[in-house]
Design a protein around this ligand. Sequence first.
Ligand SMILES: Cc1ncc(COP(=O)(O)O)c(C=O)c1O
Length: 392
Amino acid sequence: MNFDTYIDRNQYPTMKWSREFLAEHFGNEEAIPMSVADMDLKAPPAVIEQLQKRTAHGVFGYEYIPDSYFIALENWYKNRHGWHINRQHLETCPSILNAISILINQHSNINDGVILQTPVFFEFRMVIKSNNRKIVKNPLKLVEGKYHIDFDDLEAKAGDPNNKILILCNPHNPVGRVWSKTELEQITAICKRHNLFVIADEIHGDFAFPPHQYTPYLTVSADTMPNVATCISPAKTFNIAGMVDAITIIPHEAHRHQFHEFAHRYQINKTNVFSSIAIETAYKHGADWLDSLLVYLQGNINMIREHLQKNSINVSLIDPEGTFLVWLDFRKLGLEAKELEQFLAHDAKIAVSPGYWFGREGAGFARMTIGCPQKTVQRALDNLTNAVNDNR
Ligand SMILES: Cc1ncc(COP(=O)(O)O)c(C=O)c1O
């Protein structure tokens, strides 16, 4: 597999790469695009081939999701993650955020608290706010370069009767933790004790670097508590975010029925012909491609680590255990959050997501998307190093 090829994404209106997006969010159209969490890499060849075949067929009428799709998905999770998904528990819907928004609506009321483990994927905040719920933080603790869950604080927040939901990001975007079985069990014990509903967002589940292993949250919680739903999707895994649906797994029958009714009422239970064929093909034939990608991503990460060590520019890497995102620590540069944002976009000319976007706890950090050719990462590192040296 060759992930080194540069692909011009501006042939299509790509968010991350468009001049308008770069101007609006970074004030610099020339900055290297490394913000949005998709990859500048082609999808697995089998997926491209099947989509070409499907396009050549020329008829794109209504379809249903075939049995073979669900079998491919079940086999993927069973073979790769030892997780036996019960087909009866699955619900499809257009996107993970869509599913999270529905679940928030169904398992809390207006003004209730939804707990987030900050710094965390910023769209969670938008979904909570747009549903008129309150964001309650259970900030992660950074200890000697590794983020941990503050379980005492979680216990306290979960114990507040105003708080109804925890959104768990497993593995965690942006800090790259792949939560261990023990950590997930601790979460379960707390949430069960306080009757909190857990929404586990596992969109990054396929990205764990050995020896770390992704533990699907339902494998540690489903037998113990009813109040849980997990959202999965092959969008990130195979870089097909622009076309796929998401899957929500809800073991508890009444909760699932409620979700199903909603999807039916708002008619968001349709699929599209490209999405279902892409998902089925990727889960059937994408394993080798993903294995190669994981090796390539670790190569990018090693390059970043070595570059930062060699050049002593006071920027450090929070070593990711998974995801295709790296969380960089700029605190030693001594810049305020907005100054750092300016420095990165204008001096270093890299469009990375400033840490404060992920919550106040992220100030002084930034998230860089590294699902791209090694050359792009190298260019970004060179830009960064030159900018730090010029500013000394
Ligand atoms: C943790 C996490 N959840 C959800 C999403 C978005 O998923 P979707 O496009 O299916 O809503 C992303 C995208 O970056 C993500 O990182």
